[in-house]
Design a protein around this ligand. Structure first.
Ligand SMILES: C[S@@+](CC[C@H](N)C(=O)[O-])C[C@H]1O[C@@H](n2cnc3c(N)ncnc32)[C@H](O)[C@@H]1O
Length: 218
């Protein structure tokens, strides 16, 4: 299910006479996520991005990691158009045209894998717990042997938000749909372990976000 949510960072103004849209959060976090990807990503292979959003992330990541061929995806047509427009402007040879992917649909890994790197930024809090389980399980299955999953977002720790800002954002999400909201970090790492991944790192990121790095072992 694809929800229309009222988010503080809902991508706003079209930037030009094309389809590019911009998300303040993507501009804030893309460099710190890129720096972590530079540390952990394979030098070569295929990178699959789930929930690419505006496309500002994939352009930044693909420029920094030219040995990877990047496959952006998003279920929203306006965002896929924005990804196309940002990629056209960047004119990078290693970004493929975006694909439609509802990552909460069971079975998608068979169509979109294998990938040496799977990147997911800021989706889990916007979907239900059963949907999040599907997203994580399929992401794990989409990885090649030795592949790496990079998962970024805000999480509950021991069932609690980590700041007043997080508590208020989580409450605003649950007010719009009681099924959605922040997921607990321990629950997410347990799902990844159950899906056969080995947690390699838990990186504290700015604004109380976390980047989880997990590997699919041989
Ligand atoms: C908050 S935005 C994050 C976009 C981007 N990753 C970023 O951080 O800028 C959430 C994105 O998830 C996408 N989305 C919503 N439901 C989804 C689903 N079931 N599967 C995949 N993507 C989904 C939306 O279309 C939107 O682009």
């Amino acid at each position: 299910m694809i929800r229309r949510l009222d988010l503080p960072d809902t991508p706003g103004a079209t930037l030009a006479q094309d389809a590019r849209i911009s998300a303040p959060s993507a501009l804030r976090n893309r460099d710190v996520i890129r720096d972590q990807l530079l540390r952990i990503a394979p030098a070569r292979g295929r990178a699959l991005e789930i929930a690419s959003g505006t496309g500002e992330h994939v352009v930044c990541f693909a420029a920094a990691l030219p040995g990877l061929t990047w496959q952006p995806t998003d279920p929203d047509a306006a965002r896929r158009a924005s990804i196309m427009a940002w990629a056209a402007e960047a004119a990078l040879p290693n970004i493929l045209p975006p694909l439609h992917l509802d990552a909460a649909r069971p079975g998608w890994a068979a169509d979109h894998g294998p990938a040496d790197l799977v990147v997911l930024v800021n989706l889990l809090h916007l979907i239900s717990a059963p949907e999040a389980r599907v997203v994580l399980t399929e992401a794990a299955q989409a990885l090649s042997i030795g592949g790496i999953f990079a998962l970024y977002g805000p999480f509950l720790r021991d069932g609690r938000p980590t700041s007043e800002g997080d508590a208020s954002f989580d409450a605003s999400l649950r007010a719009q749909d009681p099924a959605i909201g922040y997921k607990d970090l321990a629950d997410v790492t347990a799902i990844l372990a159950g899906a056969g991944l080995v947690l390699a790192d838990t990186v504290e990121m700015p604004a109380n976000n976390v980047l989880l790095i997990a590997n699919r072992p041989a």
